[in-house]
Design a protein around this ligand. Structure first.
Ligand code: Q46
Ligand code: ZN
Ligand code: ZN
Length: 316
């Protein structure tokens, strides 16, 4: 197999794109494509301040790498969840993130949930009795709260996450199985800024997970290979496996599923004006973040339940 650009030996063959590339041209192709998606979906411009949520995994570190190579002003935000279980997951992922930031001289904000809010994610989940044995609901709520807080307090225009095509296709599949109109309307490469919440973007949403793995490995990015221990056996992993079976039989199926959804969405398949009537947001009486609830937001109500006042130290 030869590189389409230079004719040298290819190291990556993307059946879904009918494209093979050598290392050098693959490492050029990924950032070029990312730049194209940033423009196509109007994600951000060169003079905006971007906060990249970095977890120490291949996708978020690659995203940070790519944005900086493309000349964007992108700082990192690492959220220490305190998920150490048997593999020191949080400690290790923090170590990889710090190493990457140091080597590339990038600015990293680190927020340790236990230090700032009194308990780690698994303990918060247990104390608040949320999530049926899995801390993911509490984890998601906390991450969203922290990301919005840091973006707002430190003046970032946009929050970028490393979701790839496999993540997006699995979410789309799950939402489609139950025809969750509200979630389908909100699934997009860009969620515009609203009521004090920063714009959210997913610049890698059109790359297959294996394309991102290849990018991280070829670029020499060191990242944590282990997944969060609580992701084992999750529904989203099951959907990813199902979609991979489909992809093996029909290369490109996953991409078509996602892109055709975006196209249908744009053409008005979902009556966005009807479905997107988001509930009126007010300010949380405790932390000031927008909420659809009266009084305190869900995060502050959870914190009240575990009896730790929501007063982070602002030392990022
Ligand atoms: S939600 Fe759940 Fe993830 Fe949090 S507890 Fe782990 S698997 S990290 S994306
Ligand atoms: Zn080449
Ligand atoms: Zn609140």
């Amino acid at each position: 197999m030869k590189c389409r650009t230079c004719g040298q030996k290819a190291v990556v063959n993307m059946r879904q794109h009918k494209l093979a590339l050598c290392k050098e041209h693959y490492l050029e192709w990924i950032p070029e494509q990312t730049e194209r998606f940033i423009g196509k979906y109007h994600m951000f411009s060169k003079d905006e301040k971007i906060l990249v949520a970095v977890s120490g995994g291949k996708d978020s570190l690659s995203l940070w790498d790519i944005l900086n190579r493309l000349g964007y002003q992108a700082d990192g935000l690492y959220i220490g969840l305190g998920i150490d279980e048997s593999i020191d997951y949080s400690k290790e992922s923090h170590r990889f993130t710090i190493k990457f930031a140091d080597e590339h001289q990038l600015k990293l904000h680190s927020v340790d949930v236990e230090k700032e809010y009194g308990h780690s994610i698994p303990v918060l989940a247990e104390l608040s009795h949320r999530g049926k044995g899995r801390p993911c609901a509490v984890c998601g709520l906390t991450k969203r709260h922290v990301m919005n807080r840091i973006a707002r307090d430190l003046g970032y225009d946009v929050l970028a996450t490393g979701h790839n095509l496999d993540d997006e296709a699995a979410t789309l599949f799950g939402n489609t199985l139950i025809w969750s109109g509200e979630s389908l309307v909100r699934q997009s490469p860009v969620l515009p800024e609203s009521d004090g919440l920063a714009r959210k973007v997913k610049p890698l949403c059109r790359f297959y997970e294996k394309e991102m793995t290849a990018y991280a490995l070829l670029r020499g990015i060191e990242y944590i290979y282990e997944e969060c221990p609580f992701s084992i056996g999750s529904t989203s992993i099951y959907y990813k496996q199902l979609l991979n079976q489909l992809e093996n039989e029909r290369p490109g199926a996953k991409l078509i599923f996602y892109l055709k959804f975006l196209e249908a969405r744009k053409q008005g398949l979902f009556n966005i004006s009807e479905m997107d009537k988001s509930p009126l947001l007010t300010k949380c009486s405790s932390c000031g973040q927008p909420t659809s609830a009266e009084g305190e937001c869900s995060f502050c109500r959870m914190m009240a339940k575990v009896k730790i006042p929501n007063q982070p130290n602002d030392d990022q």
